[in-house]
Design a protein around this ligand. Structure first.
Ligand code: KIV
Length: 275
């Protein structure tokens, strides 16, 4: 099968089909979150394959303890900003808490709203078997759906903590079963969050759609991180699955301190910065 690649070795406009080909060719999928135009543009220009407008914006953008307060209107607002900055990557929008749990019809209506009001390429839904009907209904209408199992932050009050999932044999077996059900329901990929690497490996080898890991080890078909976490913007939050690729909190701190000094000492603005 011919894979759609440019001379630089990168895939052209990424779609759900690209991800299937990448899995078949064992090409790792790269994913990050974005909530605004400029960040999305930078991620896209750097060559990221998938940009998730995650409901993690409830934590890192809005400063909430959990993702539960995030609304449909907010997800739509952020997705509109993100998609304006993206040309190549596939953009996927998280369906927020209570936008899909009530019924498959309600899930379908809200997924449709995201697709009609933004330029998103698909939606993401947390949960296993219990969301299979919703995923089936949405994908039947031609909307790509990404699943999300393991630690699902919208169920934090049920779990009681952000501890890793799938560590017991029963829970691991349930995750493997859920992954197969989501594939059958029509999901085009599944996020595996905070589960043991060997369980993620078994899931990845058991299904034909790609797995995207976050705290799920190296055997997933791709990896995702929350962008402010991997850029070192949030120094309070450093679980072991987050690798810092920059120290932006430190860079911003020293830049702002320098700016304050330059103003106080009348170094800024100088003649060439004035009219
Ligand atoms: O909301 C989010 O950013 C996510 C990722 C952590 C996968 O769901």
């Amino acid at each position: 099968m011919k894979v759609n690649m440019s001379v630089s070795g990168q895939f052209r406009k990424v779609t759900r089909k690209t991800f299937m080909l990448m899995k078949q060719k064992s090409v790792k999928i790269t994913a990050l979150t974005a909530y605004d135009f400029l960040t999305a543009q930078l991620l896209d220009q750097a060559g990221i394959d998938l940009i998730l407008v995650g409901d993690s914006l409830g934590n890192v953008f809005q400063g909430n303890e959990t993702t539960l307060p995030v609304t449909m209107d907010e997800m739509i607002y952020h997705t509109i900003a993100v998609t304006k900055g993206v040309q190549r990557a596939m953009v996927v929008t998280d369906m927020p808490f209570m936008s899909y749990q009530l019924s498959a019809d309600e899930a379908f209506r809200n997924a449709g709203r995201i697709m009609k009001e933004t330029s998103s390429g698909g939606v993401k839904i947390e949960g296993g078997e219990r969301v299979a009907d919703a995923i089936y209904k949405i994908t039947e209408a031609g909307i790509p759906v990404m699943g999300h199992i393991g630690l699902t932050p919208q169920s934090i009050h049920q779990f009681g903590s952000y501890k890793e999932r799938g560590t017991s044999e029963d829970e691991a077996a349930e995750l493997i079963k859920d992954a197969k059900i989501l594939e059958q329901a029509g999901a085009f990929s599944i996020v595996l969050e905070k589960i043991p690497a060997d369980v993620a490996k078994t899931i990845t080898e058991s299904i034909s759609i790609p797995t995207i890991g976050i705290g799920a080890g190296r055997f997933c078909d791709g990896q995702i991180l929350v962008t402010p976490d991997m850029l070192g913007l949030n120094k309070e939050f450093h679980p072991r699955f987050v690798r810092y690729y920059a120290q932006l909190a430190d860079s911003i701190d020293s830049a702002v301190k320098q700016y304050i000094n330059d103003i106080k000492s009348m170094d800024f603005p100088n003649d060439s910065e004035s009219y």
